[in-house]
Design a protein around this ligand. Structure first.
Ligand code: ZN
Length: 58
């Protein structure tokens, strides 16, 4: 993955999310130059599904 603006290779960076009052970290591709993030939808959905499953367990 390459940043369109900077033509730099994106780096994996731990990024903090909150969803349904829960917070979690996940590795997200980020441009080291401008900080632009690339979030694959399936990653976000996967993590959110995990959070939802944890909620249902209770
Ligand atoms: Zn960039």
């Amino acid at each position: 993955m390459i940043c369109h603006q900077c033509q730099k290779e994106l780096e994996l960076k731990k990024t903090y999310f909150t969803y349904l009052g829960h917070s979690f970290f996940t590795d997200i591709l980020t441009c080291p130059e401008c900080g632009e993030v690339y979030i694959p939808e399936e990653v976000v959905k996967g993590r959110m599904a995990e959070v939802e499953m944890q909620l249902e367990d209770k």
